[in-house]
Write a protein that binds this ligand. Structure first.
Ligand code: DAH
Length: 345
């Protein structure tokens, strides 16, 4: 047997040993083997190069053997690479596996604030009657908050609305009624709006007072609007919000921007009218102020009171929410205590 044949068998043997060691290693290790044995400067290549020096009659046999050795190496490397790749894939799948039996992560879900809930409920009752929603700024002109509503400087109604002044001519609005002015200055009748929002008064915080609270203003202006329309609308509102058996009662009152004016009571939500602690034995609970829009206010907004008339009302949101949910301290609404808020899920 020629030296080259011996060398080829030895090389095949060395290769088999090397590939045995590489089993279970990475695909880079396989590539290194390929370079070592089959690469341009590899061991097989250098044997093949020296074939030229063989006598011509020996060449075919040696050449055939060299080809066999090369095929043996190629298929060995290929098989090993396939095994390593599939092991690697399996390992990756094992590491990536999601354990669907693990307990899930709990998503914290918020809830609407009870005041937001009551505002949404009241507004949607009026939207159902064809009202739209209007809004105005919380920093308001003194002119809109007071003057054009017929509350001039020195008027006693200013004393009952202890006001946060920003400048001489600007205030934190003490009521949502200035939104009436804004709407009437911008829109021509027919007008039908409810205006929810925050209002501010320089009151000390206690169980029933807060320097910030919420109101919902209502305004209807059209030809031929009467007190009967006011009563009908408020009755529908009271029944939808507090139940079919609810009655309303109007008591004469005074507001500078309505004439006539009234305070509106509804049958007590707690006792149904027989008298209890909630209504202090009255059977009635006051929920809002209302009246026919004063002709002077219409005129202030460029609406002719000879042609148009209207009614307005203002609902206290906190008071309504406290009644509905049996809350006895207004401060609960503003303290963000989760034990309180979670009860409104
Ligand atoms: N703005 C009044 C207040 O804050 C409430 C009110 C009374 C609004 C009568 C009205 C109304 O629109 O007609 O006390």
């Amino acid at each position: 047997m020629s030296d080259l044949k011996q060398e080829l068998s030895r090389l095949r043997h060395t290769f088999d040993e090397a590939i045995g060691v590489v089993q279970g290693h990475s695909s880079q290790a396989v590539e290194q083997l390929r370079v070592q044995f089959l690469g341009k400067k590899g061991e097989l290549t250098s044997i093949l190069r020296s074939m030229g020096q063989l006598p011509a009659d020996e060449r075919p046999a040696v050449g055939q053997l060299a080809n066999q050795v090369r095929e043996h190496m190629e298929s060995g490397l290929e098989g090993l690479l396939a095994t390593i790749k599939s092991n690697e894939r399996e390992l990756r799948l094992k590491l990536d596996r999601i354990d669907v039996t693990l307990p899930g992560q709990r998503l914290l879900q918020g809830t609407r604030h009870p005041l937001t809930k009551v505002i949404d409920e009241i507004c949607s009752v009026f939207v159902g009657m064809g009202f739209s929603i209007a809004e105005g700024p919380e920093v308001e002109l003194d002119e809109y908050n007071f003057e054009l509503l017929r509350i001039p400087e020195g008027h006693p109604a200013r004393d009952t609305q202890d006001t946060f002044y920003i400048t001489d001519s600007m205030v934190l609005r003490t009521q949502t009624s200035p939104v009436q002015i804004r709407v009437m200055k911008e829109q021509k009748p027919p007008i039908k709006v409810v205006c929810p929002g925050k209002v501010y008064r320089s009151d000390a915080l206690d169980a029933t007072h807060s320097p910030i609270f919420h109101q919902i203003e209502g305004l209807v202006v059209d030809r031929g609007v009467t007190m009967g329309d006011l009563v009908g609308s408020l009755q529908l509102f009271a029944r939808q919000l507090f139940g079919e058996k609810t009655e309303i009662r109007l008591r004469p009152h005074h507001f500078p921007f309505t004439e006539p004016s009234c305070e509106v009571d509804i049958t007590c939500w707690s006792c149904g009218g027989t008298g209890c602690r909630t209504c202090k034995g009255e059977g009635w609970i006051e929920v809002l102020g209302a009246g026919m829009v004063h002709p002077g206010v219409l005129r202030n907004c460029g609406i002719d009171p000879e042609v148009y008339s209207g009614f307005a009302f203002g609902i206290g949101v906190e008071r309504t929410a406290m009644g509905r949910y049996g809350i006895d301290d207004i401060r609960n609404f503003y303290e963000n205590d989760l034990r309180f808020l979670r009860q409104f899920r």
